[in-house]
Design a protein around this ligand. Sequence first.
Ligand SMILES: [Zn+2]
Length: 88
Amino acid sequence: MSFCPNDGTLLMPKKEEGKSTLICRKCGYKTDAADTKKYRLVVKIPHTPKDKTIVVEGGEAKKYEIDEDEREELKRQALEYYAEEGET
Ligand SMILES: [Zn+2]
């Protein structure tokens, strides 16, 4: 699932000119569906020292048990990813 970077509305899939796009029904934001599929990362940081992180990749949710270093790395990657997304 993808959400609009402007208002957080769930983006709706739509076929347009032969390719799939995702559209925000609230503000009209549009993005290429293929782009959102390539890499989507969600990092959850719960309170316990030993916790689980949920990584969502191409729409499939997988649960990994990772250590502190890996979690920091994932968090950094996620932040970079969202920073890049915001510039476009
Ligand atoms: Zn929107």
